[in-house]
Ligand binder design. Sequence first.
Ligand code: TRP
Length: 321
Amino acid sequence: MSQTATPIDTAPSTVFEQDVHDGFSRSPKFLPCKYFYDERGSELFARICELDAYYPTRTELAIMRCHAGEMAALIGRHARLVELGSGDSTKTRLLLDRVVDLEAYVPIDISAEYLARAASNLRRDYPHVPILPVSLDYSRPFELPRSVRANRTVVYFPGSTIGNFTPAEARRFLRIIEAAAGPRGGLLIGVDLKKDPAVLHAAYNDPEGITAAFNLNLLVRINHELGGEFALDQFRHDAFYDTRQGRIEMRLVSLARQIVRIGSSSYAFARGEPITTEYSYKYDLGEFEKLAAEAGFSLRRSWTDENGFFGVQYYAVDRAG
Ligand code: TRP
């Protein structure tokens, strides 16, 4: 049987393709940050997390190490722990080591292969905990697998991923979490805090260029998956802190005036024109508590590191059953 490749320009349109087209039709151009996390992107991000200058992961881990016992007590017995964007579940292990009689751990991640590998490692290390991985894009409406036995659902959302939403989006998303957790439910969330812009700048501009490779991986994916013709050396990574907005803005900047084909479409870039790839909002603890309160959560406990770089907070769902 002869195998002919489907010509790229007649390939069925995928959600990815549509999102790229929509993003490139905006001004400034934009790409959704969830596309960072294919397998290679997930690996690059894991390397970012090990960089000296990338303080968030290290700092959050240190907070978890210090206070995991207290967090486990708040989660309580017979809970179901759901994690959004679980990656390799490094931080969660600190909880899995301490939570008593956990009914299930439900790691949710967009990268199916990465998730499957992480889940099999967890099953090996926590044979007594039912590990129920779900591969989905949680930025779209989703449902949690049903669980009859757990007496409480606690959503774990570490890594300050909440900062990758705008505050309005974050409020909306926290409401979705509140609904998913339900009465008696909880939320354990990591939030990156406002600090000296120089510290922030260093965290998002490592000299090894891993951050740049991670950002540029979006264009690699467009080339591989959508028949894009991006020349990777014609774009550079750029990240800066906007003090007024309280956010890091990640961009890919075109180094030349150029036209780039993606399948049957073409997109024009001016020299110096940016594609916005991600925002990373930073909060004050009180500021974030207010946002969570607007989504129906009340603060039970808050932990931070000695520099006040990062916060981990435990919230309870406000409403009664
Ligand atoms: N969500 C991470 C953050 O806001 C992602 C991230 C870290 C990132 N470094 C990056 C995204 C560099 C793009 C470029 O910290």
